[in-house]
Design a protein around this ligand. Structure first.
Ligand code: NAG
Ligand code: NAG
Ligand code: NAG
Ligand code: NAG
Length: 540
């Protein structure tokens, strides 16, 4: 009872059919997936591990019997009272509601007397074994939180196996064997759960505790969940944190308490004596008045609400997870691998929320230019590491500086980035714009800055023309070489050969006449040319 109280305060359980939502009396741990908190940045969401409330899972199961026609009453038959072979006037008749014992009666409310129960046909085909499989299916993984309890109205079977499936009934494993004589029935030594320990808790045992036929008063068979929890949480399950810690770190332990289906294999009815009373076979049959299964939807600690809709249980996933068990990240939230929420650190747990993948550009991560991503906690984002093929950016979606986007290549193409090849002498830097155009120095042009504008000539980059034989003439018989300099006669110097060498050396006086300019002062002429802005009046 302690356990169920403990678990029932955890969360709210909502079924679509019920308008009223049963709110827990106290908010315990793992009953909230998120909460708003105030930080320096204002109100933000704080996420934590969460799970649905533990509840009566028999409301959500489908039951199947094998053989299908094993329920009594079709045709009607009489059977004997439990334990009294001479009181054989009880009747089972499937067509009369008061005398019918359909399987639903195993899951109805048991408050009344006499209790209602499912009942099998009697063992009239003895010695052929009377065997029945009762399969309970949820079509959903559920976690058991309390003992499975089966109440027999006809005496507890001599031999029975409780089995479980974790894969919707494809494969089955025994959960526990029950027999009046384990060695004889299953070649197993009888054990009790109390013989187990933390280290052997996953052992599958055969127990004789519940199979003493109808000679004792007890009608009940348990599969002991709480005793197994107690190995971790203490005898009164006070230390659930310790159990949760174990469940977090031991998948096998988690799986042990997880099922999608249960199967009760009834192998031999209660006989109560060593020999079968062949004269009164109507004494032997199975009758079950109640099956209790408490548990919760397995939502991987990513949901507090499990919805029953269209005969299906589904977790209402939070933390940007999805799937019936919240077992994967939502589309566009695959920024890091999915993982279940964690009970640790106790007491609020860790949500392990799914984070956005490659925001605006879709899902293709690094476009094949990197195979390594790194999560930046501070920014809550993921970036590609070491982008190749001259790419850069959070998702390798940009070109490195000095490269530009190849318009005819897809983002994931190795050739997506083309080198700018800016002429180092003609451009300001080595970067170019989106169509490959570089930024040119003055006087320079062309996409790669390797051409000169008019009035400029290439000489370690574009230089303004010095001479061009049209506007800028070399003087004193000088000739224009590649527009960048005048080749002057020996007596002259200066950019336009406008100066006498002797003037520069200050030695003209002593050597007058020789090398004198033929027409007036060259300095004056240069000034005139510049001022008029016209062709030089000089004629060569
Ligand atoms: C019960 O299930 C077991 C395992 O699948 C199978 O071998 C057996 O025949 C079934 N019994 C009946 C009565 O259907
Ligand atoms: C899921 O993603 C949305 C959109 O980014 C965000 O607003 C929301 O808070 C996320 N939820 C969780 C639980 O992380
Ligand atoms: C641009 O991409 C196309 C397609 O991959 C490729 O064929 C072409 O060579 C690339 N151009 C350059 C200049 O790399
Ligand atoms: C790059 O620069 C050239 C020359 O200025 C211009 O024509 C072109 O449109 C620019 N391309 C882009 C993508 O900005």
């Amino acid at each position: 009872m302690y356990l169920s109280r403990f678990l029932s305060i955890h969360a709210l359980w909502v079924t679509v059919s019920s308008v009223m939502q049963p709110y827990p009396l106290v908010w315990g741990h793992y009953d909230l997936c998120k909460t708003q908190i105030y930080t320096e940045e204002g109100k933000v969401w704080d996420y934590m591990a969460c799970q649905p409330e533990s509840t009566d899972m028999t409301k959500y199961l489908k039951v199947k019997l094998d053989p299908p026609d094993i329920t009594c009453g079709d045709p009607p038959e009489t059977f004997c009272a439990m334990g009294n072979p001479y009181m054989c006037n009880n009747e089972c008749d499937a067509s009369t509601p008061e005398l019918a014992h359909p399987p639903e009666l195993m899951f109805d409310f048991e408050g009344r007397h006499p209790s209602t129960f499912w009942q099998s046909a009697t063992w009239k085909e003895y010695p052929k074994p009377l065997q029945v499989n009762i399969t309970l299916s949820w079509s959903k993984t559920i976690e058991l939180t309390d003992n499975i309890v089966i109440t027999f109205e006809s005496g507890r079977p001599d031999q029975m196996i409780l089995e479980k499936s974790l894969d919707y009934g494809r494969t089955w494993q025994p959960y526990q064997y029950y027999a009046t004589d384990c060695l004889d029935a299953f070649h197993m030594d009888p054990k009790s759960v109390k013989d187990l320990s933390q280290h052997t808790v996953l052992e599958i045992i055969c127990t004789e505790e519940y199979s003493t036929g109808y000679t004792t008063n007890s009608k009940i068979i348990h599969f002991e969940i709480k005793d197994r929890f107690a190995f971790f949480a203490g005898p009164r399950l006070r230390n659930m944190a310790s159990l949760y810690g174990q469940l977090d770190t031991t998948k096998k332990l988690r799986d042990f308490f997880t099922v999608t289906d249960l199967r009760i294999r009834l192998l031999r009815p209660a006989v109560g004596e060593i020999f079968v009373d062949e004269l009164h076979l109507a004494r032997y049959f199975y009758a079950i008045s109640d099956i209790k299964v408490r548990g919760r939807c397995k939502c991987n600690l990513h949901a507090t609400v499990c919805v029953y809709d269209n005969s299906k249980l589904t977790c209402e996933c939070e933390h940007n997870t999805t799937g019936p068990d919240c077992g994967k990240c939502k589309k566009n939230y695959q920024g890091r691998p999915w993982s279940p929420g964690s009970y640790l650190p106790i007491p609020k747990g860790t949500a392990n929320t799914c984070i956005p993948s490659i925001s605006s550009i879709g899902n293709c991560e690094c476009f094949g230019h990197s195979n390594r991503c790194s999560y930046i906690d501070l920014l809550n984002t993921v970036i590609c590491v070491s982008c190749k093929h001259n790419t850069r950016g959070q998702h390798c979606e940009l070109c490195r500086l000095g490269y530009f986007r190849n318009a005819s290549a897809q983002l994931d193409d190795e050739n997506v980035c083309i080198e700018c090849y800016c002429n180092p002498l003609g451009s300001i830097h080595d970067r170019c714009n989106g169509s490959g155009f570089c930024e040119c120095k003055t006087g320079t042009t062309g996409p790669k800055c390797d051409e000169c504008l008019p009035g400029n000539s290439w000489h370690y980059g574009c230089q303004p023309n010095v001479c061009d034989n049209e506007l800028l003439h070399c003087q004193n018989g000088g000739t224009c070489h590649n527009n960048v300099r005048c080749l002057c006669p020996a007596a002259y110097t200066g950019i336009l050969c406008e100066k006498l060498r002797c003037e520069e050396a200050g030695s003209c006086g002593s050597d007058s006449g020789q090398g004198a300019p033929p027409h007036g002062s060259p300095a004056l002429l240069l000034l005139l040319t510049t001022l008029l802005g016209t062709a030089s009046p000089l004629v060569f």
